[in-house]
Ligand binder design. Structure first.
Ligand SMILES: [Zn+2]
Length: 359
């Protein structure tokens, strides 16, 4: 009798655990951000008015490379993986041509407030600069790092050396590969080579390297550490835009698309991740909408609050480019948690709900 009671108790305990686990759409989630990539390029590709002409009046190499006759061709030549795979097997939010919109709610329209909003689930007026101030908010990455099954399984990579402050690494204990040390604790020859590459590339920005070594470090972490929650911050596009280099801004977007494809292909090649990993991609802010202010953003630049979001993987029905839906950057935090069966809004009441991926 006692044995049966004990068995019943165990069975009931298992029954109460199993449905929640079975409901988790995915086991892992990967988040990639492309700093300051406008919805204009995401949905319509290159704009001819922005290219510089060669001295002889001929189209530049970038114009030849990225200009095509239709918006569909232009966006596909700039981001082939997004428009071949994510647009058909996943979902894309924020296309004004489909009467949809994605936007930040922080009212400031620059990086730290944008990243805080997407990871804290709500805009915070205290986060009003890009200064290296530890984030007062618990991000969804920090929260997941405290959840059963996720502890020590969260990792982040980004060249911008403010990233450790956004994730409050002093409190969250999330390992962050950043600056000129893309691999925080290099153990293998390959990891040491990635850090050497970061140091050996031209020191074009003082805070950290180009995006490539950062992506290599993240790919290596998938192979060696196998995080369940991985965040990769790509930053080049915003830098080239501030520098007025439309050609390199488009090229950074093209290479970001290739990085996304490489990360997705790597996930699908590993049994720990294959068909059990959701990919979310977005940006921290938009930019100006004219040739005079496209290179800038911030609250004095009209239209810089508009963004876009992509989703692919288990729990993301293949609805493609979403029609007549408005979403906010603050919804990303709960979406990240929901992808792996966790409810962030139960922990942070002010957090926005997950993206409406089921329509
Ligand atoms: Zn910027």
């Amino acid at each position: 009798m006692r044995t049966w009671t004990a068995l019943l108790a165990v069975t009931l305990a298992l029954a109460s655990v199993r449905p929640a686990a079975a409901q988790a759409p995915a086991r892992n989630v990967v988040v990639i951000t492309l700093d300051g990539l406008r919805w204009q390029e995401m949905f319509t590709g290159a704009n001819r008015d922005y290219f510089k002409k060669n001295s002889n009046g001929e189209p530049s190499a970038a114009e030849k490379r990225f200009w095509r006759d239709t918006p569909e061709e232009r966006r596909s030549v700039m981001m082939p993986f997004v428009w071949s795979t994510i647009a058909t097997k996943g979902q894309i939010f924020g296309d004004p041509a489909r009467e949809s919109r994605a936007h930040v709610t922080n009212g400031l329209w620059f990086s730290y407030p944008g990243y805080n909003e997407m990871f804290a689930g709500v805009a915070d007026p205290r986060v009003d600069s890009n200064d290296k101030v530890p984030n007062p908010n618990v991000t969804v990455l920090e929260w997941l790092n405290s959840r059963p099954g996720f502890k020590g399984r969260v990792a982040a990579f980004g060249s911008w050396d403010v990233l450790p402050f956004i994730l409050n690494t002093g409190r969250s204990q999330i390992p962050v590969g950043t600056g000129f040390t893309p691999v925080p604790k290099a153990k293998t020859d390959r990891e040491r080579a990635i850090n050497e590459l970061a140091a050996d590339l031209p020191r074009y920005w003082d805070y950290g390297p180009f995006d490539a070594p950062i992506v290599y470090a993240a790919l290596e972490s998938l192979r060696t550490e196998k995080p369940r929650v991985l965040y990769i911050m790509l930053g080049e596009g915003d830098e080239w835009a501030h520098g007025g280099r439309y050609d390199l801004y488009l090229d950074a977007s093209f290479r970001a698309d290739r990085f996304i494809r490489r990360i997705w292909d790597t996930l699908q090649s590993m049994p720990e991740y294959k068909d059990q990993t959701t990919l979310l991609v977005t940006t921290d802010h938009g930019r100006g909408a004219t040739t005079a202010d496209w290179n800038d953003h911030g609250k004095r630049v009209p239209a810089a609050e508009s963004t876009w979001m992509l989703a692919l993987g288990p729990g993301v029905p293949p609805l493609g480019v979403r029609q007549s839906v408005t979403v906010t950057t603050s919804q990303l935090a709960a979406t990240i948690a929901a992808a792996v069966g966790e409810d962030f809004t139960s922990a942070v009441k002010a957090a926005a709900p997950p993206l409406p991926l089921k329509k």
